[in-house]
Design a protein around this ligand. Structure first.
Ligand code: ZN
Length: 403
């Protein structure tokens, strides 16, 4: 009986946790909410935390899967939203997959997504050689208007196609996307022959378009790469921070979710779980990039997310001890590494403690004497608010005494 009662409490508590912390998350999709490849970060006090991968490819440009597979992967990963963003100008499969209507990849994905809660965002990748490079436009209404509609004699001549359609100025494509109200972001800025050292410096084209509010974001994480310089450019040019998979093959091959890996995503702090609300949040810059075990954001969205991610669930003195046993719960997919910056020292570790993902970690805090309340201050070593600058968090609680 006692066990049954406890079990019931456990079940109720589990239900509470899954419905409260991730209340916006839909049921269904190929996996359940408990599958641990599903990307899970808690909603914040003021916003829903929506996971977005705004840069993926299918066989309609240089990817190697049909758009339907992108939808399935997104459901497996528990994404809230995704965009399939085909290169408009680089069309290596054109001979095998002719598609005069450049919205086809989106339409096929949207059809297979019927009945799911995944938000599919229409998008395209404007593709040029440096210094313009690659720029994604999402929330577009018609991809056909972002590309020169040249019909090649020989669709298998990929280079001829590329050279011909890229004669249409990049600025014209950027302007056409802005005419549709799109959100544009500069992709993997550090790639290409312009930056053989990978150290990106913003070209005039991007500076001007950022100042004119025609480019609104910049990737700072793409696939296996993170760029501190791109992060600094984002801060300098007031661009939204973006993280993406840029997947061409299979998510499972590239990111090994069943071994604990995950695709880079942009966590969007949105007011509602809708396309319009995500768009508003992206233009407002309310994003946190999740790349490997690193969270990267401006200070405000970072504080929003951290405030919801780490909580003291108990702080107790027992017996006649003056050492405070503090339980810290982490409700995210990321392990946190906290560096103690308060005056207290810890009993079972030096100044860095790991608060494991989706778990509660106990630390022994030497408060010197019994205190009625306590404030612990940390630097978050896996959370960056500027290049080389860590987020800060303070966790306060009342203490209690137990036998
Ligand atoms: Zn791409």
């Amino acid at each position: 009986m006692k066990f049954a009662a406890r079990f019931l409490v456990f079940v109720l508590m589990s239900a509470f946790v899954s419905f409260s912390a991730y209340s916006h998350r839909p049921a269904g999709g190929p996996d359940t909410e408990n599958d641990n490849r599903q990307i899970r970060f808690p909603d914040t006090k003021n916003y829903l935390t929506l996971s977005l991968d705004p840069h993926t490819h299918s066989s309609f440009s240089d990817g190697h899967v049909w758009p339907t597979i992108r939808v399935s992967e997104a459901l497996y990963d528990g994404l809230d939203a995704m965009a399939i963003t085909e290169h408009l100008e680089y069309q290596p499969h054109l001979a095998d997959v002719p598609h005069p209507d450049r919205n086809r990849a989106f339409d096929i994905a949207a059809q297979s997504n019927e009945g799911n809660d995944l938000i599919l965002i229409p998008g395209s990748e404007i593709t040029r050689r440096g210094p313009v490079g690659h720029i994604n436009a999402i929330f577009i209404s018609d991809a056909n208007k972002l590309v020169n509609n040249y019909v090649p004699d020989d669709p298998s001549d990929v280079l001829d196609y590329y050279e011909t359609v890229t004669k249409w100025p990049a600025q014209a494509a950027v302007d056409a996307a802005n005419d549709q109200g799109a959100f544009l972001f500069w992709n993997h800025a550090w790639w290409g022959s312009d930056f053989p050292n990978n150290i990106v410096v913003a070209p005039e084209f991007h500076i001007k378009n950022a100042k004119d509010k025609n480019i609104h974001g910049i990737e700072i994480a793409n696939g296996d790469f993170y760029s501190e310089e791109a992060f600094q450019i984002a801060l300098d040019l007031d661009l939204t921070l973006i993280g993406v998979s840029d997947i061409h093959d299979l998510i499972d091959w590239d990111y090994k979710p069943h071994e604990g890996g995950h695709r880079p995503v942009t966590l969007v702090l949105a007011e509602e779980r809708t396309m319009a609300s995500m768009r508003e949040a992206l233009f407002a810059g309310r994003t946190v990039v999740w790349f490997k075990n690193l969270l990267i954001a401006r200070e405000q969205p970072m504080n929003e997310l951290l405030g919801a991610s780490l909580k003291i669930t108990s702080a107790q003195y027992s017996g006649n001890s003056e050492v405070l046993e503090v339980a810290i719960e982490n409700t995210t997919d990321s392990d946190f590494y906290l560096k103690n910056t308060s005056d207290y020292t810890f009993g079972a570790s030096a100044d860095i403690v790991k608060i494991a993902r989706h778990d509660t970690t106990h630390i022994a805090v030497k408060t010197g004497k019994r205190l009625g309340k306590v404030k612990l201050e940390f630097e978050v070593l896996n959370a960056l608010v500027k290049p080389k600058e860590y987020a800060k968090i303070s966790l306060s609680t009342k203490t209690e005494v137990v036998d």
